[in-house]
Design a protein. Structure first.
Length: 320
């Protein structure tokens, strides 16, 4: 399945209030608790303000008294904020615990401005590389190991869980689980400079059997060009040095600076979640990536002819 638009966080209800998994549900409850408590506090403050401005003299005197100041200005905030802190910490504790034996693990590294994804085995070794999307089985908790290669990013899939920061030199953990198959939009939730707003991704949840098939196919090398156009596209890819930045397993291209392209044709989107993935968008991205997403690390290639762009886009689209 492929999405026709970049993953968005708009609509009603807001994604954070429309949970699709057990780790997102508690976040929804926390949100409503905060909304309600904020409304209660605002109401109390407005009532006190109304009394201070327009109430009877005796009431105004009491509102301005030392006792009310101590209760309303110190005791009440301490009690309310301490209670909310303890409640919030209890809710998030099981979401951010370190991996336990047997749990599925995925390492996501925030980069400027895309997501490096690695699927890990039981010993924490990388077995599959991907980029800008994560595939998970329905009904199974998945531990995400979150890191940053440069600046602070924040990993957020609103319908599946809360936000977790990705801090250079530190590894944070979070758990996500989808209770239904589908595609869930995510976004970097910490300003990281440049095209931060265009740093999206998707989490694709499959039924367990479909996930096993996807993972088995993902572990294999790229398919060799089977048509003359695809062979010409690979030649364009090679001649322009694309393999210096990108890996295509099964070929001599082993660059690590950019996303792994071994199965790029099977991805939901390109450009870190901002464009649907098809030959037309691939050609446009290669030709003018800086016009589409200014400041990203992918250089534009305006020197390529229309034929070259069609061929290399067809080659990349064939890497399923």
């Amino acid at each position: 399945m492929k999405t026709e638009t970049a993953p968005g966080l708009s609509g009603w209800p807001p994604p954070v209030l429309d949970p699709a998994g057990p780790f997102a549900g508690p976040i929804e409850v926390v949100s409503w608790v905060l909304f309600i408590m904020g409304g209660v506090v605002l109401t109390i403050v407005l009532i006190a303000l109304g009394i201070a401005l327009f109430g009877p003299r005796e009431w105004r005197r009491r509102v301005g008294g030392e006792r009310i100041v101590w209760i309303g200005g110190l005791a009440f905030p301490v009690v309310v904020l301490t209670g909310l802190l303890i409640y919030g910490l209890n809710v998030t504790a099981r979401v951010t615990a370190e991996p336990r034996p047997g749990e599925m693990r995925v390492r996501v590294t925030g980069e400027m401005w895309w997501w490096r994804v690695a699927y890990l085995d039981d010993q924490g070794r990388e077995v599959i590389q991907d980029a800008n999307e994560v595939h998970i089985p329905v009904g199974q908790p998945v531990v995400f190991e979150l890191e940053s290669a440069d600046v602070i990013h924040s990993f957020w899939v609103p319908r599946l869980g809360g936000k977790t920061d990705m801090i250079p030199g530190r590894r944070n953990f979070m758990r996500l689980q989808a209770d239904e198959a589908g595609v869930f939009g995510g976004q970097c939730a910490e300003y990281c400079g440049g095209p931060h707003a265009l740093m999206g991704f998707v989490v694709v949840a499959h039924e367990p059997a479909a996930y096993a098939q996807w993972r088995a196919k993902q572990a294999g090398p790229a398919v060799a060009p089977a048509m003359p156009q695809l062979a010409r596209g690979q030649a364009v890819f090679d001649a322009n040095g694309c393999g210096a930045c990108h890996t295509v397993r099964g070929t001599e291209y082993n660059g690590l600076a950019g996303p792994d392209l071994t199965h790029v044709g099977a991805r939901q989107s390109i450009g870190a979640g901002i464009l649907p993935n098809n030959q037309g968008t691939l050609a446009g991205w290669i030709s003018d990536s800086q016009g589409i997403k200014p400041g990203n690390r992918m250089p534009s290639y305006p020197v390529l002819t229309g034929a070259d762009l069609r061929d290399v886009a067809a080659y990349l689209d064939s890497l399923k």
